[in-house]
Design a protein around this ligand. Sequence first.
Ligand code: FPP
Length: 252
Amino acid sequence: MSKQTTAQDAEGACAKVPRHVAIIMDGNGRWARKRGLPRLKGHEEGASSVRCAIQCCRNYGVEYLTLYAFSVENWVRPPSEIRGLMQLLRRFLKEDEHELHEHEVRLRVIGRMQDLPRLVQSGLNRVMKATEHYTKGQLILALSYGGRSEIADAVRQIAEKVKSGALDPARVDESTVAEHLYAPDVPDPDLMIRTSGEMRLSNFLLWELSYSEFYVTDVLWPDFREEQFAAAMDAYARRQRRFGDVGSKAVC
Ligand code: FPP
């Protein structure tokens, strides 16, 4: 991301189904605690919600799904929880790869993939390579991802180009920054969903969410299934997106 959203994109963005949905999958730990279970059980159930969200996107015709699966901040969690999450990721790659092939969905990663354990990196690289030619949909996993890191990484690349003389500093503008983000060809999310009721962005897609609609639900991520996804889609369909314009000239 991000192919920036501008007023010129408004026509497409006014569609009643979002083209790109981004999700902060929060509440796995609370889901487990409420049941007296270890936190990892919450993440396991959360992985089933991931499968469900992928299927829902397909059913609704959502082209891009970005999931905040592991943040740069999550590395401070207990090593056993991090290990468990990485195992879940490997299991997902192994058990669900066929779904991506069957429905021609491309897998991508945004974030500092080099921080991940080698086996996770190789699994991701293998599935990304095997699905890179698919065009029906994209599943984008944010892993060791931070919005500030993404912007800092972009700024570093731009600074290097300026230093080498390849880029004139006077020509650095918003599109220059957007072109150096992790997935520059992906359109900005139309809808950002956060589960478990927290009203925070938590360092997720800071640049790309500038004009996205937000939908926050108290439902914990492991309980976020078809019915909850449908409610988010309904809420989105009722939103009026203005992109900085005034109400009377609303673009949708
Ligand atoms: C936040 O809940 C969730 C995470 C940090 C991890 C998300 C991972 C999954 C849903 C499972 C595996 C993912 C894939 C792509 C297969 P939390 O632990 O912060 O919950 P809490 O705030 O209730 O403690």
